[in-house]
Design a protein around this ligand. Structure first.
Ligand code: AMP
Length: 393
């Protein structure tokens, strides 16, 4: 009988799943993965096995296909293709663990309620993460469920790096820098430790450059500082999110331009970033292929913000030994990596253009004082590993 761990990542309009085979004394192997995109609008369900063979490719009619419906479709698909499968547990990506949860946790009704209380801190994500947990609990009562938090990796940061210059009572009320993308940083730094332990023991900045983008200073495998703060809006400019923004701009939009809170939220999260600056697309590939000056401006600003954040994160560690690129843009765009590295020569970075163009593991020149690496992220595998550990397997 095949034993497996299911990983779920529920977003506002998407539900992603990965199924990993468990065998004692070996690493977890991916069996299948897939996702439903466009939930609430025009849902599209795609699933593939580990040979990239299509298991499902369905466009669903109707706006009534909610997360519950998607979970049932995934369960039906797994029953059809993997008969006799024994599910050992489900690992969930949960965006917010607040100040308390510094590690993955096995869920109980009490902990689910405690995580619910954090929903105001991540209104766009937390409720969907918890909805998936509740749906599994009601469909498969007794099946262990593990929450893995995007914030947990950053709880090693000292207090200075978690503060804002607000009255201290705000910090006590939970208004502090939490940091996100923690599962990606944890996976990337664990991979670096496995492959280059001496580098991983030093001062490393990891640049997670995807549709959501952030950077993290990691020293000896522990998060020191992150570009993301109270929400996933701070730091780098992203596909549709502003990144770092003078809080006075928000006041101006509300008071002088009379925008509603919902309009400002929509502007900051959905209409800004690469999309807003270029007026063309949030997709880096489209902007790099475009000849429009606004596309070039958006790309220039994206690189500029990374360069500034890199300097800031290096300062938070009093130095830099290595830079690691990960996520969609970081893993695939040699030109963005090259431009970031060219602006970071003052930090001792000398890129090897051939290694960079070939997407190699080490992309810095052989005598570069600061080394540069390329490590594809795998948040799902990180969640599956945590789930396995929490299950005591
Ligand atoms: P992620 O959120 O990690 O899936 O990353 C999505 C982002 O990666 C999108 O902005 C894509 O345009 C970008 N991306 C993927 N492949 C490439 C590529 N070859 N060159 C530039 N950007 C890419």
């Amino acid at each position: 009988m095949t034993k497996a761990i299911l990983v779920l990542n529920a977003g506002s309009s998407s539900l992603k799943f990965s199924l990993f085979e468990y065998e004692a004394a070996s690493d977890l192997h991916l069996m299948a993965k897939g996702q439903v995109e466009g939930i609430g609008n025009a849902p599209h369900f795609v699933a593939k096995d580990h040979h990239e063979q299509i298991l499902a490719d369905e466009h669903w009619q109707g706006e009534d296909k909610d997360h519950d419906h998607c979970l049932r479709a995934i369960a039906t698909l797994l029953n059809q293709h993997y008969q006799g499968l024994k599910l050992l547990g489900v690992g969930h990506r949960v965006v917010h663990g607040g100040a308390h949860y510094a590690a993955p946790v096995r869920l109980t009704p009490g902990i689910i309620n405690a995580l619910d209380a954090l929903t105001p801190l991540a209104p766009l994500h937390q409720s969907h993460n918890l909805a998936a947990i509740r749906a599994v609990a009601s469909a498969l009562p007794g099946l262990p469920q593990i929450a893995c938090f995007d914030t947990a990796f950053h709880r090693s940061q000292n207090q200075i790096n978690q503060l804002f210059g607000l009255p201290y009572s705000c910090y006590e009320r939970g208004i502090r820098r939490y940091g996100f993308h923690g599962l990606s940083y944890e996976y990337v730094s664990s991979t670096l430790k496995q492959r280059e332990p001496e580098i991983a023991a030093g001062k490393v900045v990891i640049a997670h450059l995807g549709n959501g983008a952030s950077m993290c200073a990691v020293q000896n495998g522990k998060s020191v500082a992150s570009s993301m703060g109270f929400t996933a809006l701070d730091g780098l400019m992203m596909g549709t999110r502003t990144g770092n923004l003078d809080a006075g701009v928000v006041l101006y939009l509300l008071q002088q331009e009379q925008l509603s809170v919902q309009q400002v939220e929509e502007l900051l999260y959905k209409r800004s970033g690469l999309l807003g600056l270029s007026g063309i697309s949030s997709d880096m590939r489209v902007l790099l292929d475009s000849h429009e000056p606004q596309a070039a401006l958006a790309v220039d600003y994206f690189v500029h913000r990374i360069s500034r954040e890199l300097g800031s994160l290096a300062a938070s560690m009093n130095g830099l030994d290595a830079l690691v690129f990960t996520a969609g843009i970081g893993e695939n765009s040699a030109i963005i990596r090259q431009r970031v590295c060219e602006q970071a020569q003052w930090l001792g970075i000398d890129i090897d253009p051939h290694a960079n163009a070939a997407n190699e593991f080490c992309i810095s020149a052989i005598d570069s004082p600061t080394t540069v690496w390329l490590i594809p992220s795998n948040e799902e595998l990180m969640i599956a590993r945590h789930t396995r550990t929490q299950l005591g397997l």
